[in-house]
Design a protein around this ligand. Structure first.
Ligand code: EPU
Length: 339
């Protein structure tokens, strides 16, 4: 086991936007030992270590004068039962969707609503991935992370991860924790979540009255495939903005002006607005400037038609942010990590 370090490595294949930038140093780690070797290699070079999973939540705006480590560790296993639930563990480098499929093939429910999300198991807790009424925090049991400063391993229970909408302590303390493996609490007979968006309707259209978790997964794959571009075909990083939280008073005011406004109660006197709706109303859906654009079917997704640079995509995002601020007095927060 010895880490292979490359210089001036193109990252184009390793970010789903397909942006062509290079890393000063690059290596892949398939084991805890190789992660430790990479930390030492970066330290010796006096440079920062940046961790890449699937590169699906990332906008690279320039060459990186850093040591980029891509997690390629593999392995998934059933650990046993705990409190009526089945614990499953996967290594950080496992691609997310094949892992979800594997759990479903084992007859385990819990991850079906998170089907077809790009990325890796280790990246999923960083931003608490979520879709169709389920977030990672609802199914995560615990995870093991390496403290880069001390070199010690630490286990975090779900309630120690500070999960919030597209947020976690690992994102807040960026650069400190390197997630090595994640455990999920699944079950053989979990209640299904069918009430978000078009999931139930899609199943009914297919004549499925009592769906299995696999049926739900298939329906969600179909819904996602209709609206979200496949990064293999059209570069993108999923939703580029978070859905913004505004006060109930502001939501009511906006609703009076724009009766079609889409929002969901978010508790604590707040409403979560559909950013895609705001961006579409502002006329950006399908907009294209050179190779940087707004997806024609989902306004929350920025796309790279081929040769857009990270800077061009970021400039487009900033124009959208300014326009939404001006029209609606709403601040859109960029969701992916920008480097
Ligand atoms: N909408 C529009 N125009 C658009 C897009 C959306 O009017 O161009 C409206 C829709 O009509 C709908 C509402 O906005 O009424 C919400 O749309 P949708 O259900 O498609 O979800 P979203 O808010 O656009 C969020 C997540 C997605 C996740 C879906 C489903 C965020 C930032 N995005 O999108 O997550 O798949 O819900 O749960 O929360 C991601 O994070 O990368 C991602 C794709």
């Amino acid at each position: 086991m010895s880490l292979s370090v490359h210089e001036q490595q193109s990252l184009q294949r390793y970010n789903t936007f397909g942006v062509a930038v290079a890393a000063r140093w690059y290596a892949e780690a398939a084991s805890d030992g190789e992660v430790r070797e990479a930390l030492e290699a970066a330290r010796q070079r006096g440079t920062e270590l940046l961790v890449l999973g699937g590169g699906s939540n990332l906008l690279l705006t320039a060459d990186l004068d850093a040591f980029v480590l891509r997690m390629t560790s593999r392995g998934r296993r059933l650990l046993g039962e705990e409190g009526g639930q089945l614990l499953v563990e996967a290594e950080a480098g496992e691609p997310w969707h094949p892992f979800v499929q594997w759990t479903l093939e084992q007859g385990l429910a819990g991850l079906e609503n998170l089907s077809l999300i790009p990325g890796t198991v280790g990246a999923a807790p960083m931003q608490n991935i979520g879709a169709y009424g389920v977030e990672l925090k609802d199914v995560l049991h615990s995870l093991v992370a390496l403290d880069r400063a001390s070199g010690e391993l630490r286990e975090f229970r779900a309630d120690e991860c500070e999960f919030a909408y597209r947020h976690s302590r690992f994102k807040r303390e960026g650069g400190r924790w390197l997630i090595l493996r994640v455990r999920f609490a699944l079950s053989r007979d979990a209640a299904l979540h069918l009430d978000y968006g078009p999931v139930r309707q899609r199943l009914q259209e297919q004549g499925i009255a009592t769906p299995t978790p696999l049926d739900v997964s298939r329906a969600i794959c179909a819904i996602r495939a209709e609206k979200l571009p496949d990064p293999q075909v059209l570069g993108n990083a999923g939703s580029f903005f978070k859905n913004p939280l505004v006060s109930e008073a502001q939501a009511a005011q906006l609703c009076a002006q724009w009766p079609g406004l889409v929002g969901y109660p978010a508790g604590a006197g707040q409403v979560k607005l559909a950013a895609g709706w705001l961006i579409e109303q502002a006329g950006w859906k399908g907009y294209r400037d050179g190779d940087a654009g707004v997806h024609a079917l989902q306004a929350l997704v920025l796309v790279n038609y081929g040769a857009a640079s990270g800077g061009q995509l970021l400039a487009l995002a900033q124009r959208i942010q300014a326009d939404i601020r001006e029209r609606f007095d709403v601040e859109l927060e960029i969701e992916p990590v920008v480097c």
